[in-house]
Design a protein. Structure first.
Length: 202
């Protein structure tokens, strides 16, 4: 029997870790699987004559997550130990910073008039509705890109018929984003056809 520690990426909730444990337990040669959500790691005890680390990694990837043996990952970094949890936390912090940079002005512009905040003249009034909508669209794109892992993991799990928290975020924000694009087209259509009621509505 061999016991190997793996680094796991893409987990966001306890359902993720439970799904990995359940999926790997079904493989022949697997003796024990223990997934730690807090450290983004997994310890697997297995029979090396029946299964190897590459097959374990492949199974985790098929389930919808990333995996790599800690020893192999360390060798890729010239012998330096790799802390998967710390790396994931650093990546999450960077994504949060990028999201905040664009979400704060996005919130200010979208909610400004309703809260009585002053807005630049080129974003105010019906005549500037298209500029207003397109500005919100451009500010949304970096936030969507920063959170792309939610869409990647969420839809992958959805395809595997095991939706999780990422799937809910991906569906909800994705639907809102697509409706926003639809609204921009309706605003443009309203201006082109002189239908200011449609412009105001969307």
């Amino acid at each position: 029997m061999e016991k190997v520690l793996f680094g796991i990426t893409g987990m966001t909730c306890s359902a993720c870790s439970a799904r990995i444990e359940k999926g790997l337990s079904k493989l022949g040669g697997i003796k024990e699987v223990s997934v730690n959500l807090l450290t983004n790691s997994m310890t697997v005890t297995f029979d090396a004559e029946q299964i190897n680390t590459n097959q374990i990694v492949k199974k985790v990837e098929n389930i919808g997550y990333g995996a790599s043996p800690k020893i192999a990952a360390a060798k890729k970094q010239n012998g330096k130990p790799v802390d998967t949890a710390q790396s994931e936390a650093h990546s999450m912090r960077n994504r949060l910073i990028v999201s905040l940079i664009f979400t704060i002005p996005l919130f200010y512009i979208s909610m400004g008039e309703m809260l009585g905040w002053p807005l630049p003249s080129f974003l105010s009034g019906m005549e500037n509705a298209m500029v207003y909508a397109f500005t919100l669209f451009l500010l949304t794109l970096p936030v969507m890109f920063a959170g792309r892992s939610y869409f990647r993991n969420g839809f992958k799990n959805l395809i595997h018929l095991s939706p999780n928290m990422d799937s809910l975020i991906a569906i909800g924000s994705g639907a809102a984003f697509l409706y926003g694009i639809f609204a921009i087209y309706k605003i443009a259509w309203g201006f082109g056809n002189g239908d200011m009621a449609a412009v105001h509505k969307f």
